[in-house]
Each structure stands twice: as structure tokens, then as C-alpha cells.
Ligand binder design. Structure first.
Ligand code: GDP
Length: 463
């Protein structure tokens, strides 16, 4: 009987370890970033690297590949019917034709199986290979910007919004909506009235984004509704602070809509999608923000601060109570580094760290390991040198996105810390947009530092 108990104990211990390993064989990787940050290009290139012929893949820092243990990856044939599938094949085709694919506007997923040889130990002795199921989940960073709305009431949200709209790059654009609200009948809470004001607010958010290059836009779902398009849940806009003191039918209705948005949109997003993620990539387009000027760069920093709140969780925090997060690693990646000459990449990483306003080992991140790098999902340029009066300077050559012609430029320097408004008065940043170089169907997309990204995100899981 004693022997049996021991066997039973050993067996249950082993089966526990086995199921633990089984659990370990599945990883959900979230990819996010504000619109235009480069999510679509990043996922397409990453998936091509993971599923392409192992002999063709150039990922020297990705240890399973360097150690010749990576046996390859394939797309899973079946995916749950109700899960939108990331359009990998179509996006890859576009890139190979020399065009940028259509950007992310909602969430989607792609599931892969990665096969590798274990490093050593028992597993290496008894198995030829192991497999890791990798789910890549793409979703707009704008949806993370809704998190702070859970800690504000409608009035506080209105105050916050109108403070933002008063910033120099937004104030003129917001004026017409401000005038419209100032003259609106606050006792008209009819469907028609609320919807027409919502439509005007939604158009204002688009205008902020396109004309002012603004990125802190709430509610995120009004801009990128995903599957909520056209639902009454999105009837929401901020009344003027002066309209909040006296109760009115419109105020009451909007307060109710705001609470519904918190309960039926923001909270479920965290519980259903975010809570299931194990690791996360946050892509940040610092270069477009530099091009757009000081106020946009400052707003990007403010938006990143809000996005970071989603990763500041500990065992006793409110986020823990809300959705029990389990993200153990976050990679912050400054995208489109191929728009710079190589000696500027370090500055780009330093600037990203400055925008995140913290050394990433900060104690607020103790439950989540993080790293910041500069990368390019699709390298569009070639690096060269030109002789000038000042000597030899590095330059870039690529196909201009403006006119489709081959262009040679010196894109300029990236400041290694948050630049002052004064710098923008004397200097206009102009990092140019390029098109991808057309490739043959089997060719791998040229990329920069995806191997470092993969090593951080997957290296330990493919041991
Ligand atoms: P999303 O909105 O986050 O899905 O962003 P996309 O992946 O659609 O990228 C938006 C735009 O950024 C593209 O149309 C390109 O112009 C540019 N872009 C994205 N990735 C890269 C890259 O690796 N290098 C360069 N040079 N441009 C990029």
C-alpha cells in the first residue's frame, strides 16, 4: 500500500508537470499600437519569418534558429469560425508587389504551430521535436486608450476631453463643434439629436487624427468601432464643461451612455481579449510624431502613458480585480527604423524610452518584463554614403511614397531625448515615407531586428 501511495504521488506529480508543460505549449501574443504604428506590416513580416523556409530566414539573434533547433512553423488550417482571421496571405502579396497593405481597424487573430528541438534534458532525449501553438492577436491601440475612462465619470471625462481640445494643434479644429454644442438644446434627448451630435463628434475625431495628427482620441471605439459599428453603445460625445453643472435631459442621457460604454465595451474588451494575452508588443511610430511637431509628440507621450496603465498591475491593484492580467513580457518597439540611417537607431530607442518616461525596469513593471528596441518590419531603403562639403555623410535610397520615384535622402538626426518646443521652431523634421521594394513571390521581406524581438518574445518558450 505504501508503494502504491508513493507511485500515486509520483504519478500525480508527473502528470501535474506534464499538464503544466502542456499549458506552456500555448502562447497568446498581442500586437498593438496606435493607427499607422505598423501593426499590419509587423505581423505579416513576423509570420513570414516564422513560417518561411528555415534556410532562407535571416534571424541571427533568434536563439532556436541560431542553434539550428528551429524546425519551422506553419499556419494552422483551422481557426474558430467566429474569430476574424488576420489577412496574412493578402497582406504579404501586397508587400511583395511593392504596396503597403490595408491597416488594422479591428481585432483579428492568426494561429501558428512552431516546431523546434528542445535544448537539452529529458525532453531532448525522448522527443525529436516539440511544438508551440502561437496565437497572434492584432488589435488597435486606440482601444487601450479607453482604460482610463473606467476611472473617470462622465463629467471628468468631458473636462479631460475639452482640455485636450484646447491644445494648440487642436483648438481651431474643435471650434465648430464647440459652437454647435454651445447652441444646442440641452433638453432635446431625442434619438435624432443624439445621433446627429455623435456623428459630428465622430467626424471631429477623424479630423483631429488626419489634420492635427492627434493620437489621444476617445472613445476609441467611436474612431475604430470594430464589430460595434452602428450600435447605440457608441452614441457618446463630451458636453462642454459649462454644460455639466445644471442637470439636463441630454446630460442625463449621456451619463447613462457613458456608463454603458464602460460596462459593455471597455470592461468586456479587457475581460475577453486582453486577459487572455501572455505577451504583448506595443509598436510606436516616433518618427511621424517628430514630423508632425512638438504638440503631437507631447500628445504621443501622453497617449503612451495611458496605454502603459494597462500593464501596471500587481496582485492587489484594480486591474487585477477587473480582469486578472497575466502578460509577462511587453516589447515596446519604435517602428520604421529603416527610415533612418543606422547610426540613428540608438537615438530612436533612447527617444522611445524617454517617451515612455521610465527606465523599463521600473518597479511599476515588476509583474511584467519589458524591453524597448528600434526595428523595421519591412526595410524599404538601402544605406549609402554621399560626399558633401562637410565630408562623407550617410544617406538612404528608396522608392518615395510621394511620387513612386527612386529618391536619395539624408533623413536627418533623431533627438535622443524629448526635444524642447524651441527645437521645433528652428528645425522641421522630415523623415520620408518609402514604398516596399517589389519582391518575387518566394522572397523573404527584408527586416531589421525582428530576430531581437522574437528572441525576447519567444526565445524562452522554445527552449
Ligand atoms: P497599422 O495601422 O498599425 O496596422 O499600421 P500599418 O502596418 O498599416 O502601417 C501604416 C503605414 O506605416 C504603412 O502604410 C507604411 O506607410 C508605414 N510602415 C509600416 N511599417 C513600416 C516599416 O517597417 N518601414 C517603413 N518604412 N514604413 C512602414
Amino acid at each position: 500500500m505504501k508503494g502504491w501511495t508513493k507511485f500515486h504521488e509520483q504519478w500525480s506529480q508527473q502528470s501535474q508537470q506534464f499538464s503544466q508543460r502542456l499549458l506552456d505549449r500555448h502562447l497568446r501574443l498581442g500586437i498593438t499600437g496606435l493607427s499607422g504604428a505598423g501593426k499590419t506590416a509587423f505581423i505579416t513580416s513576423l509570420v513570414q519569418q516564422l513560417t518561411g523556409p528555415v534556410t532562407e530566414v535571416q534571424l541571427p539573434f533568434f536563439s532556436p534558429l541560431r542553434q539550428q533547433r528551429y524546425l519551422g512553423g506553419r499556419l494552422q488550417a483551422q481557426q474558430a469560425m467566429q474569430t476574424p482571421r488576420f489577412a496574412f496571405e493578402q497582406n504579404l502579396q501586397q508587400l511583395q508587389l511593392g504596396k503597403w497593405p490595408v491597416s488594422t481597424t479591428s481585432w483579428s487573430q492568426l494561429s501558428l504551430t512552431l516546431r523546434y528541438k528542445p535544448v537539452s534534458g529529458l525532453a531532448a532525449k525522448f522527443t525529436d521535436f516539440r511544438e508551440l501553438q502561437l496565437d497572434i492577436v492584432d488589435y488597435p491601440g486606440e482601444w487601450l486608450l479607453d482604460l482610463p475612462m473606467l476611472q473617470q465619470d462622465y463629467q471628468q471625462w468631458c473636462e479631460f476631453s475639452w482640455q485636450l481640445f484646447a491644445k494648440p494643434h487642436r483648438v481651431a479644429i474643435a471650434q465648430a463643434f464647440q459652437e454647435l454644442l454651445a447652441t444646442t438644446d440641452l433638453d432635446d434627448d431625442s434619438e435624432l439629436h443624439i445621433q446627429s451630435l455623435t456623428d459630428r463628434y465622430s467626424a471631429l475625431l477623424q479630423q483631429f487624427r488626419v489634420e492635427a495628427k492627434a493620437c489621444l482620441l476617445q472613445p476609441g471605439r467611436l474612431l475604430l468601432p470594430g464589430d460595434l459599428a452602428g450600435t447605440p453603445l457608441l452614441q457618446l460625445f463630451p458636453l462642454l464643461p459649462s454644460q455639466l453643472a445644471t442637470p439636463s435631459k441630454l446630460l442625463l442621457r449621456l451619463q447613462r451612455h457613458y456608463q454603458s460604454y464602460q460596462q459593455l465595451v471597455v470592461t468586456p474588451f479587457y475581460q475577453q481579449y486582453f486577459a487572455s494575452l501572455d505577451r504583448q508588443v506595443v509598436l510606436v511610430d516616433c518618427l511621424s510624431a517628430l514630423n508632425a511637431g512638438y504638440h503631437v509628440l507631447q500628445e504621443l507621450q501622453q497617449a503612451l502613458m495611458l496605454i502603459l496603465q494597462s500593464f501596471h498591475y500587481g496582485p492587489t491593484g484594480w486591474l487585477q480585480r477587473l480582469f486578472s492580467p497575466k502578460i509577462s513580457k511587453v516589447l515596446f518597439a519604435a517602428s520604421k527604423a529603416d527610415q533612418l540611417t543606422p547610426e540613428q537607431h540608438k537615438n530612436l530607442t533612447l527617444l522611445l524610452q524617454q517617451l515612455l518616461q521610465q527606465p523599463l525596469q521600473d518597479s511599476r513593471f515588476q509583474y511584467c518584463q519589458s524591453e524597448a528596441i528600434a526595428l523595421a518590419a519591412v526595410v524599404t531603403t538601402e544605406v549609402g554614403q554621399v560626399r558633401t562639403a562637410e565630408g562623407i555623410v550617410p544617406c538612404l535610397q528608396g522608392i518615395s511614397a510621394r511620387n513612386g520615384e527612386l529618391q536619395t535622402v539624408f533623413p536627418g538626426e533623431v533627438p535622443m531625448s524629448m526635444p524642447s518646443p524651441l527645437l521645433f521652431e528652428h528645425h522641421a523634421f522630415a523623415f520620408p515615407d518609402f514604398l516596399p521594394k517589389p519582391l518575387a513571390p518566394q522572397q523573404m521581406l527584408p527586416q531589421l531586428r525582428l530576430d531581437q524581438a522574437l528572441e525576447f518574445l519567444l526565445g524562452d518558450k522554445l527552449q
